[in-house]
Unconditional design. Structure first.
Length: 69
């Protein structure tokens, strides 16, 4: 079997969640991930993951940017 990611929802079609939260929707996420409330967010690098956790309202901003892409 593969890793447990099949049961989780990957946000933003696998694009880097931090980049999406800043309005850049063309950067693919990499091997760095974070799961929040059953949704998996991918990141292009560990700094993007750290900033996504550190800066408030990243999920809300990313959701808005992804809907308006």
């Amino acid at each position: 079997m593969n890793s447990g990611n099949k049961d989780k929802t990957v946000a933003y079609s696998g694009h880097c969640a931090f980049a999406v939260s800043t309005g850049k929707i063309d950067i693919k996420g990499g091997k760095h991930s974070l799961t929040i409330e059953g949704k998996t967010y991918l990141f292009s690098n560990p700094i993007a993951k750290f900033l996504f956790k550190l800066i408030p309202n990243r999920i809300e901003k990313a959701d808005i940017n992804w809907k308006n892409k």
